[in-house]
Design a protein around this ligand. Sequence first.
Ligand SMILES: [Zn+2]
Length: 306
Amino acid sequence: MVIKERCESEELLLFRQLYLRMELSEKDKQHYFNLEKGYEGELAFDHMIDHQRSNCLILNDLLLEINNSLFQLDKVLIAPEKVYIYEVKNFEGDYYFESDRWFTLGKTEIKDPLLQLKRSDSSLRRLLKQIGFNCTIDSHLIFVNPEFHLYNSPIHQPIIYPTQINRHIYDFKLNSSLKLNNNHFKLAEKLLDLHISKNPYSLVPKYQYDDIKKGIVCPTCGSFYSGMKEAHLLSCGKCGFKETVESGVLRSVGEFALLFPDVRITKNIVWDWCRIVSSKYIIQRILMDNFKVVGAGKALHYIKKI
Ligand SMILES: [Zn+2]
């Protein structure tokens, strides 16, 4: 049972917008690509394991705190026999391991993923003790990409390589008949309560309204629509995707609100943001139909309907 769904982090959603709408530095681009790849790997692992057993509680992407330091858990499975934690990596290509350090084949050292797992494991142990739960924790570093290879890989470490995932899942399923009790549900609820939703380590670069490219972005191919060809339809010059003006404007308002959460949504700003909708009246109608009107005169703006 999935207690906490996986969804894109705010950092990833912001990077997606900034990548389309401004020139990112090479470092920021690399960070963004890593976020996308990491997320893709996590989804792939969810797909492999989530439906395997009904007697476990699944919590994805937990950010927790112990003694003023934060730790992140990609996936927690609370099962009757133990609590499984997974650090999921979507590395692709060849890497090597030497003297407890990890390198790409090009000899660039990377952050030690085993160390990351060990820290998460020990932080979770301390946290569970602090909140009064005594459970066995089983931690794994899992490499999900079939194109990953680690030369000189360490043995007797909690690593699951792509070729071992099926066997791990087979073992995991052996306890399918055990039953969850109230305590397991209480633990899941407690971890959900303790989850910190705003990640202070987000690496999104600074940006301002003037730096950002305006316009409505095609949801299929990510290019900007060049204009409105028909009164109520937007059509992508690149991939041919078509949608109503309303759906394009509403998606763009969502993107605007993500990028500028403190700026009030008004007819003028949405008109400027969407750029290709000629008439402010069309924007106003869409906002009136889909948002709640607050204030009047110059202070009139729109907020989400509850
Ligand atoms: Zn398109």
